[in-house]
Design a protein around this ligand. Sequence first.
Ligand code: SF4
Ligand code: SF4
Length: 184
Amino acid sequence: MSAAVKTKTVKRIRIDVDKCNGCRACEVICAAHHAQPRFSSTNPARARIRVIRYPLSDIYVPVLAGEYTAAECPGRDRYVIGGKEYEECAFCRASCPSRDFFKEPDSDLPLKCDMCESDPTLEEPLCVQWCLADALVYEEYEEEVKDEPAPDEVDEGLLALAHRHGWDKVRDAMTRMANKAPGA
Ligand code: SF4
Ligand code: SF4
């Protein structure tokens, strides 16, 4: 039986690397927005956007955190675009074992851009609002998609922890947490 087709609103941030000046304001506001309590700190390690910066080569690439991946890919190609040479990894959105980006510094859980949807009062994502160079442009459009269940982000988080610490430690930690839970 084929899956039903439905229409959904796709939200995305279009990135113009030629306009980015590497100021990192987007990282600061994203980190502050996701701090607990909100706006209590500005640790860029908590940001769901990171700016790959090579100032001597005038290269600045903002990258939004995407999906978690348990293994490194073999892609190490280099590309020349507009006379500048970029590493393949510079454009990758994955929370991946080969670099420190997009990992919550305390728990090591993978981070993913949520388009600031935890604050429904925002008309545009905060990184877009704070990018005075217009390198980040918010767009919405309608798209037909198959009506299938979304991947479970809790599963992805557990997989990341198990990959780093092993299933036994994750299972022990969950048992301890369950025993400490109210009403346990
Ligand atoms: S705020 Fe805009 S110009 Fe500054 S680093 Fe981020 S994307 Fe680049
Ligand atoms: S849209 Fe929101 S969550 Fe995503 S990178 Fe920008 S500020 Fe962070």
